[in-house]
Design a protein around this ligand. Structure first.
Ligand SMILES: C[S@@+](CC[C@H](N)C(=O)[O-])C[C@H]1O[C@@H](n2cnc3c(N)ncnc32)[C@H](O)[C@@H]1O
Length: 327
């Protein structure tokens, strides 16, 4: 029987790298935890359990439907919890500016299984649906606007940059031709245009032929990389000394941003390498917990194929003891 994809169900969501996230954040009773990508509350439920009835959980999500999951979560969480709806880049910055401090912050990036499985949201290339792809359904920009109105050159750039699509130019040109006759309205029309634009052998290669263009459009619609770049410094500012940050990314563009941020803030000294002594006096702001990203094991991938591309990076903010207590 096919799953009823229109009925959100908190139990059908499997949080990715659950054990590894818990180990990296090492949440203890009495702490304040921020789950900046609440989704269906899978990770939040585990982290709230680690608070053992004492502490606070702040949930953030830009998707207005997150409150359906949050209401259910709140009833069983046994800790003080609240949901803030908005872009985590903006909300974390506001919390930090208002002096709110946290001991653990999680970012589990990208779309949730529930968003992907709800055809009306237009994230999936396997179901015909309106061309939408907004995580925040109140924002103006949709995939439909990008596909129908952005110049071909810009389309080719995002397909190449955000989707690493080899046939970016050909696909952008095909979109340009087709939309002159009739604007795109549905995902199925876009999938057909992509398939027709790429050489036949490439249609049977690396996954679904529309996979990379859909990823690129989703990143552009939701400005996913811009939000991540804004969120990382705000999260670090919000953390108490010894507090921990964990980020799960699902493609190399995100992972590169996280890796570079951790590396820069871990380095401390910003003097040119040929200076004999440090004159900048900058101290390292954090310590990465592992050098390499943590990946899911075979068993997790077998149980949840969507976990395959997940990469977890985590760090401890400088200045506290390594267990998360203030110095
Ligand atoms: C991969 S899911 C998180 C799943 C969650 N960890 C769980 O266990 O249920 C990502 C969630 O983060 C939200 N999200 C993605 N980017 C966001 C952003 N910039 N600001 C706020 N929420 C965002 C999405 O709407 C989605 O619900």
């Amino acid at each position: 029987m096919l799953p009823n994809v229109l009925q959100p169900n908190a139990t059908d969501h499997v949080p990715v790298l659950a054990h590894e996230v818990r180990a990296s954040l090492a949440v203890r009773p009495g702490q304040t935890v921020v789950d900046a990508t609440f989704g269906a509350g899978g990770h939040a439920t585990l982290l709230a359990a680690d608070l053992q009835g004492r502490g606070k959980l702040i949930a953030i999500d830009r998707d207005p439907t997150a409150h359906e999951y949050f209401d259910r979560f709140e009833k069983s969480a046994r800790v003080s919890a609240r949901l803030l709806r908005g872009d985590f880049g903006v909300v974390l910055e506001q919390l930090a500016e208002n002096g709110v401090r946290a001991d653990a912050i999680l970012l589990d990036l990208g779309v949730s299984s529930m968003q992907l499985d709800r055809p009306d949201r237009g994230f999936s290339y396997s179901v015909d649906a309106p061309l939408d792809m907004r995580m925040d359904t109140t924002q103006d920009l949709t995939a439909r606007e990008i596909v129908n109105e952005w110049p071909e050159r810009e389309l080719a750039t995002i397909f190449r940059r955000y989707g690493e699509e080899r046939y970016a130019k050909q696909i952008a040109r095909a979109i340009g031709r087709r939309r002159k006759e009739e604007p795109f309205a549905r995902t199925g029309e876009l999938v057909d245009a992509i398939k027709a634009a790429i050489p036949a052998p490439a249609r049977f290669g690396d996954g679904h032929p529309a996979k990379r263009v859909f990823q690129a459009l989703r990143i552009a619609v939701n400005d996913e990389l811009g939000s991540l770049e804004a969120a990382l410094p705000a999260a670090l500012e919000m953390l108490r000394p010894g507090g921990r940050l964990a980020v799960i990314s699902f493609h190399s563009l995100e992972d590169r941003i996280v890796k570079q941020f951790l590396r820069d803030r871990e380095r401390g000294c910003t003097c040119p390498p040929d200076f004999p002594v440090c004159i900048c006096g900058h101290e390292p702001e954090l310590r990465a917990i592992e050098r390499r990203p943590i990946k899911p094991g075979e068993a997790e991938i077998a149980a949840n194929p969507r976990a395959a591309s997940a990469r977890l990076r985590a760090a401890v903010k400088s200045g506290g003891d390594e267990n998360g207590a203030d110095a």
